[in-house]
Design a protein around this ligand. Structure first.
Ligand code: FES
Length: 608
């Protein structure tokens, strides 16, 4: 499970063709026959890396589980090994295992070759270093077991292996233990990067953490126990050593020397691969720089020159521009997303993977993932999330949370004469009545499809149409007002013994453009709206006192809400802050709003 890095390429195809799609260039090369049909399957480099990593991870878990049987006895280890071999030493298991190992290593080298900066987070660096250290530590073990089996028909039983690496060469045993720990940590980091973006991850952290500790600890304890058992056996019966060597067809001294030679060559080969990759990478960067530069402009006018082919995120990291990247540039978390200012036509097309993530967060058309966007011309971007964004910030964000002007309906409601009521009641009773009231009204608003924005004293502000449109917003706001009036009746009935007189409310609804976005600080952050429309809705609510009405709506609310020829009294009234008089409809009782109308149909569409 070698390290994951920035560039994402995509392999896709159908039964007849295997297309390699480069996210860097967007070009498609078809090594096989050309097939114009729609790909039936699609594999990304990310998917390959994850898939091969998971296969290796399962192998390691089963290997450690086999070791853990050493806590019972050496015989239990040997018996467990039969099942282990059944799973992994058949043609399918072997191809899966060896193929995954080689592919995972090649993908890691490929990632190193493609990344433009070697600066990375501690977690990524640790994963990368451990990933490259693991094969070096494992080579001799693989040669002593799998290669010896293939070349000399050795039977690599636990007795044979433990005698070799625990009793005869403890340093080898220590190296193996270190390799196990290294591989396990490497795998856990990879799994963590993958799973931490899942919504259930935080809830499952305790047992995942427990498993991450338990599996290697039990495996290593079993290994130690098995080793001690073999040590004891050969100490009690020195002749057993020869029996084990004969029974398992252990490599002779000459064969061991051959394996040693092979080990040296593999070390040289792996080292050459790594050095070759780094040299190729340096050469690539050099030639790219010679091809020219393009400019990325960030907020506050900061402009950075970068080489074509670099992602926006890579450029940010390289030049210390604060930029969120929870998944480390793997194109999963969406926290790196940026708004692109200017001509979107100049941008390379987003890959299907990128589009999927953008769809998930309902991003606007001018939003792209900085880790996937590799501009080919000068570009201006605005990162949309703070640099310290966390995994949660990557989920379920609508465009509105990022701050935008949109047309929404706003409802204000207030209890009439509540000050007098509160003076007559004990604080406990006031809180009780208010909470019952808020619950009833909140349920009415949310049931209609609105969003309670805030409770202000005994007042309520609610937003409608934030995730829909103004028409649906008006329809749902009108529906909410009618249900609120009904709920108020029910509440008055319920509290009649506690209330000197029934509660009365005034409701004002207006629709118009407002700035909607997530505002506030720390936990006191929520989606809210500001602007003239909000003030107007509040003033309409205040006017219900003046007109002795329960509900006042603006003409536009009636129009967009689908109420044709409203039958209620209307007025052209002055509203503070507005230059023109405004036409309003005055309803003594919000239950006068039609139930069977376009309003209802629109509201139902909005809430389904
Ligand atoms: S850094 Fe996670 S999607 Fe770009």
């Amino acid at each position: 499970m070698l390290a994951a890095c920035y560039p994402e390429r995509r392999y896709s195809g159908n039964w007849a063709v295997f297309k390699i799609v480069s996210a860097t260039t967007g070009n498609i090369t078809s090594p096989g026959a050309v097939n114009s049909g729609k790909p039936r399957f699609s594999i990304t480099v990310r998917g390959l890396r994850l898939g091969t990593g998971l296969i290796l991870f399962v192998y390691v878990i089963t290997h450690l589980a086999n070791h853990a049987l050493g806590l019972i006895s050496l015989e239990a280890m040997e018996a467990g090994r039969e099942y282990f071999l059944l799973a992994w030493r058949n043609p399918v298991g072997s191809v899966l295992l060896i193929g995954s190992l080689l592919l995972h290593m090649m993908l890691a080298l490929d990632a190193v070759y493609r990344r433009r900066r070697l600066k990375m987070s501690i977690g990524e660096a640790l994963q990368l270093i451990l990933g490259f250290a693991a094969p070096l530590l494992l080579v001799s073990h693989i040669l002593g077991t799998r290669a010896a089996v293939q070349l000399y028909e050795t039977n690599d039983t636990y007795a044979y292996v433990l005698l070799a690496i625990w009793v005869d060469d403890p340093t080898h045993g220590i190296r193996q233990t270190a390799a196990t720990v290294i591989i396990w940590i490497h795998a856990c980091i990879g799994i963590y990067y993958w799973l931490r973006l899942k919504t259930w991850f935080a809830r499952s952290l305790a047992w995942l953490y427990g498993l991450a500790l338990l599996v290697p600890v039990l495996g290593l304890l079993g290994f130690v126990n098995g080793g001690r058992a073999v040590g004891q056996l050969v100490a009690d019966d020195p002749g057993l050593r020869l029996d084990i060597a004969i029974d398992t067809n252990a490599p002779t001294a000459a064969q061991a020397a051959e394996l040693g030679l092979l080990e040296d060559r593999i070390f040289i080969f792996l080292g050459a691969l790594l050095v070759g990759t780094l040299i190729a990478r340096a050469f690539r960067l050099y030639t790219e720089r010679r091809r020219g530069v393009l400019r990325i402009t960030y907020p506050a006018g900061r402009t950075i020159e970068t080489v074509p082919g670099s992602s926006v995120l890579e450029t940010s990291m390289l030049y210390d521009v604060p930029h969120a990247s929870v998944c480390g540039g793997r194109g999963r978390c969406s926290t790196c997303r940026v708004r692109v200012n200017g001509d979107l036509e100049l941008l390379p097309e987003a890959s299907e993977d990128e589009r999927k993530v953008l769809r998930r967060v309902k991003a606007a058309p001018d939003v792209r993932l900085a880790c996937q966007l590799r501009p080919t011309a000068d570009i201006s971007v605005t990162p949309l999330l703070p640099a310290n964004a966390n995994p949660r910030d990557g989920f379920a964000k609508t465009a509105s949370t990022q701050g935008q002007e949109q047309e929404i309906a706003i409802l204000f409601a207030d209890i009439r004469g509540f000050t007098t009521l509160s003076e007559q009641k004990l604080p406990y009773d006031v809180v009780f009545i208010l909470n019952r009231y808020f619950r009833s009204m909140g349920e009415a608003i949310e049931g209609a499809g609105g969003r309670v924005d805030k409770f202000i004293g005994d007042g309520i502000m609610a937003l409608f149409g934030v995730d829909q449109n103004a028409e649906q917003g008006c329809a749902t706001a009108l529906k909410a007002a009618r249900v609120m009036a009904q709920r108020l009746d029910e509440l008055n009935d319920l509290l009649k013994a506690d209330l000197p007189s029934p509660l009365r409310i005034g409701i004002g609804i207006h629709v118009g453009p407002a700035i909607v976005g997530e505002m506030g600080y720390a936990r006191a952050t929520s989606i809210t709206a500001i602007g003239d429309t909000v003030n107007t809705a509040s003033r309409l609510e205040a006017k219900t006192k003046e007109f002795g009405a329960q509900l006042i709506i603006s003409q536009r609310v009636a129009e967009l809400g689908g109420i044709e020829n409203p039958p209620w009294p209307s007025e052209d009234t002055e509203v503070r802050g507005r230059r023109e008089p405004m036409r309003i409809y005055i309803l003594d009782d919000a239950r006068q709003l039609p139930e069977q109308s376009t309003t209802r149909r629109r509201a139902e569409t909005a809430t389904t």
